[in-house]
Design a protein around this ligand. Structure first.
Ligand code: ZN
Ligand code: ZN
Length: 117
């Protein structure tokens, strides 16, 4: 495909972006309502990572990384790995994908992992 910009390319991109915005708005509404809260915590994800996952280009690449809490080896077939393992995620109430609180609100008392050190 030629890299020359044309009116039809602009039109296409406008439509694409408007569709994306509509999708984001729908997802944001679901996020605000937390309409799938049970499925979300089963997936061990915070509000943002569950309802508005970043569309990253998934590169097949075996990666091994230690869990940010218990040091268990986490393996992934993609270049991206979680920050903590599933077990720690459930236990702490912290998103395994990004490390935010499930509800995106900082806990007043200690997280269990803080008592470890
Ligand atoms: Zn862990
Ligand atoms: Zn998250």
């Amino acid at each position: 495909m030629s890299r020359r910009l044309t009116r039809s390319k602009v039109r296409f991109q406008n439509q694409t972006n408007n569709l994306k915005i509509e999708q984001l708005e729908r997802r944001l509404q679901k996020l605000r309502a937390d309409s799938e809260s049970e499925r979300r915590t089963d997936s061990k994800l915070c509000l943002l990572c569950y309802y508005l996952p970043m569309e990253e280009d998934l590169q097949f690449k075996q990666t091994v990384k230690p869990c940010g809490i218990c040091d268990a080896q986490m393996t992934s077939n993609f270049a991206i790995t979680d920050v903590i393992c599933s077990k720690c995620s459930s236990f702490e109430g912290i998103c395994k994908n990004c490390g935010a609180d499930y509800e995106l609100k900082e806990k007043k008392d200690c997280y269990p992992f803080e008592l470890l050190s």
